[in-house]
Design a protein around this ligand. Structure first.
Ligand code: PMP
Length: 288
């Protein structure tokens, strides 16, 4: 059975799921999106994802042509129609078809797209052995130009960093902000462990406020671990006891080397492994 894609109220077979070449989502990256997971038929942190989507849309003056309740129902229906229990959901809202000019007022009809598919995780080995990062020269978008808190369809900043990382043989890349502080990776947030505390850049560092990041901060709090959202430098990364990344698709991935420097002994640390196990339980047992 062909995968069914939701576009603005109707379902289309994958090959027939198309939008206009005049859509400003395509012409200018004018739109917003979300990446969401479903575990055992239940959407993980639906409310938080919808809140972020609506905040991103508000930040770019885009009105999503449905309510959050309608969006949640459409997501559930798309999963159900495709028989997907454990999967990935991509929600995209574009500005809609307009003229060739930039003016968003000429776009009358924002498109809502929901794609679901089975998740293709990083190889299992990566979770056991950890991954290597490289700091790239592409800095994260200046928050005063295009806030990284907006999950917009314009991901070129991240793509350029990703290319740099890949060229150096790393599947994720560490991005600094305009002040030279650690920001985040191309599609994941970053955490360090230092003397038992969990450290992560604050939202003011110019990052996407990850839903997984938030879940990990909660889990750490429950374990009595002190979490500090503070500006971090490359130096802090190099001297960290542990390092890991968080993201909807990746979940929690240990980092064992940064810029050719091993993090401690170059193996995933105990706090990282404990949080991975606890995150696994949180997502697989119930989805709050
Ligand atoms: N930062 C960026 C730039 C991202 O694209 C993502 C993934 N969407 C994240 C962080 C992680 O966010 P989340 O945990 O909500 O997936």
């Amino acid at each position: 059975m062909a995968l069914k894609v939701f576009i603005s109220g109707k379902f289309y077979d994958k090959d027939d799921a198309k939008i206009s070449v005049f859509d400003h989502g395509l012409l200018y990256g004018d739109g917003v999106f979300e990446g969401i997971r479903s575990y055992a038929g239940k959407v993980f942190r639906m409310r938080q994802h919808l809140d972020r989507l609506w905040d991103s849309a508000k930040a770019i003056w885009l009105t999503i042509p449905m309510t959050k309740e309608e969006m949640a129902a459409a997501i559930e229906e798309t999963l159900r129609l495709n028989g997907i229990e454990d999967g990935y959901i991509r929600v995209v809202v574009t500005r809609g078809a307009g003229t060739l000019g930039l003016d968003p007022n000429r776009c009358s009809d924002p498109r809502v797209i929901i794609i679901t598919d089975h998740i293709s995780l990083y190889p299992k080995e990566l979770y056991e052995k950890g991954l290597e990062l490289i700091t790239v020269s592409t800095i994260r978008n200046h928050p005063a130009a295009l806030s990284p808190r907006i999950k917009s369809l314009n991901y070129l900043n991240n793509i350029l960093a990703k290319i740099e990382g890949l060229q150096a043989g790393c599947i994720e890349a560490l991005m600094l902000n305009h002040k030279g502080e650690v920001a985040e990776c191309t599609g994941d947030n970053i955490f360090l462990v230092r003397r038992g505390d969990l450290l992560t850049p604050p939202k003011e560092a110019g990052i996407l406020e990850g839903i997984t990041r938030e879940a990990v901060i909660e889990l750490a709090g429950e374990s009595g671990i002190t979490v500090r959202e503070i500006p971090l430098t490359k130096h802090d990364v190099y001297i960290a006891d542990e390092c890991f990344l968080t993201g909807t698709a990746a979940e929690i991935v240990p980092v064992v080397k940064v810029d050719s420097r091993p993090i401690q002994d170059g193996t995933p640390g105990p706090i990282t492994r404990d949080l991975m196990a606890r995150f696994h339980r949180l997502t697989r047992n119930h989805c709050t």
